[in-house]
Write a protein that binds this ligand. Structure first.
Ligand code: NAP
Length: 355
């Protein structure tokens, strides 16, 4: 990443670095993160190398991540310089249904906690963390709008939502004159490419940035795992997470190992670490604006920040594209494939104005 090179986040005036510092790894509360000393070193190095975009969430490491980020920003006197993003949705009080989800009561409760832990009086980008499947979209939009008017947040984003939901929200926001959604935060990597079907086209059509999370799929795309776990010691985070019983962390699959094999081979041919090649691939995919990187050590961060300093040659990129490609025959997407679309065009060539 070149210092002083920024990108506007969707259709907004917010300028951010193309690599955002994810801080889900700040804190050891979940058994695999970085302690405060290591987190501070990572944070300082990211800023030294010109980064300005930091992502956290109220739920990360039980609030510890926000606390650390707030402290580091304050001590570095960096509040004006940083584009600070955090999230709400996860429940903070077991047994209390209104201390979680996307209803107004929880959103207003959550923002106060985040502002306190982050030691600031405003958030630059406030993310709805996960669709809660019950709150009306109109309520979400008007609650966000009120927080913008109150000066507590500057911009709004949606994370982990169905594409239809964000398309409805953005269209309503435009029609009702509410604050628009400027960005989507979604999982995207060489092994997880489902957002290519609906979310990326929606984001491009509706003026939203895409910010991929877990671009290394928790570390498997660094090439340091094989078979049942990490090569050598100490254990990696995926060794610990695989016992969590969540499908989200089931990274050690036959399909993924095949993709990793291709990646490792491509990286070898390029003389680059697999992690850098995997990050470069995702960060330069269509629609991607700023990729949220994670690290538990400064040397990992240094390498990850170098991932935009080269281009993947076309023939090697084609191998990566093919390795984890989505099923081209899945319905209804097969209807949008060139052979079927050609039958709609009667032998003419049509190029959309915006692509
Ligand atoms: N919205 C959401 O639902 C959501 C969900 C997840 C994450 N996020 C955001 O996305 C950010 C990034 O996610 P992530 O931490 O899962 O990203 P990731 O890049 O997929 O995984 C990061 C992990 O990969 C390993 N790693 C990183 N760089 C490496 C390198 N150069 N060489 C070898 N190993 C390397 C480290 O594991 P070890 O510690 O084992 O070395 C590190 O903890 C989070 O901090 C958070 O801000 C959002």
């Amino acid at each position: 990443m070149k210092p002083n090179e920024y990108v506007t986040l969707g259709q907004s005036g917010l300028r951010v670095s193309p690599l955002c510092l994810g801080t889900m790894t700040f804190g050891t509360e979940w058994g695999w993160g970085a302690d405060e000393t290591a987190s501070r070193a990572i944070f300082d190095r990211y800023f030294e190398r010109g980064g300005n975009f930091v992502d956290t969430a109220d739920a990360y490491t039980n609030g510890k991540s926000e606390e650390m980020v707030g402290k580091f920003i304050k001590e570095a006197k960096a509040r004006d310089r940083v584009a600070l993003a955090t999230k709400f949705t996860f429940n903070a009080q077991p047994g209390n249904p209104n201390a979680g989800g996307n209803g107004r009561k929880n959103m207003y409760r959550a923002i106060e906690g985040s502002l306190r832990r982050l030691q600031t009086d405003y958030i630059d980008l406030y993310w709805m963390h996960i669709w809660d499947m019950v709150t009306p979209v109109e309520e979400v939009l008007s609650s966000f709008d009120t927080l913008v008017r109150a000066g507590k947040i500057r911009y709004i984003g949606f994370s982990d939502v169905p594409a239809w939901y964000v398309a409805r929200a953005q269209t309503l926001a435009e029609q009702l004159g509410r604050e628009r959604i400027i960005a989507l935060q979604l999982e995207y990597s060489l092994v997880e490419r489902n957002i290519e079907r609906e979310h990326i086209p929606a984001a491009q059509e509706l003026g939203m940035a895409v910010c991929p999370w877990s671009p290394l799929a928790g570390g498997i795309l660094s090439g340091k795992y094989k078979g049942e776990g990490k090569l050598g010691s100490p254990q990696g985070r995926l060794d610990i997470q695989k016992t969590a019983g969540t499908a989200l962390f089931e990274r050690f699959t036959e399909r993924n190992w095949k993709i990793v094999d291709v990646l490792v081979d491509v990286a070898k041919q390029m003389g680059r670490p697999p992690a850098e090649v995997a990050l470069n691939w995702v960060a330069t995919q269509p629609g991607v604006t700023s990729t949220i990187i994670g690290a538990t050590k400064v040397n990992q961060l240094d390498s990850n920040l170098s991932s935009l300093d080269f281009a993947i040659p076309a023939e090697l990129r084609a191998r990566l594209d093919k390795a984890g490609a989505l099923d081209p025959f899945a319905h209804p997407y097969v209807c949008f494939s060139p052979p079927i679309q050609a039958r709609l065009r009667g032998g003419t060539a049509i190029r959309p104005w915006s692509r």
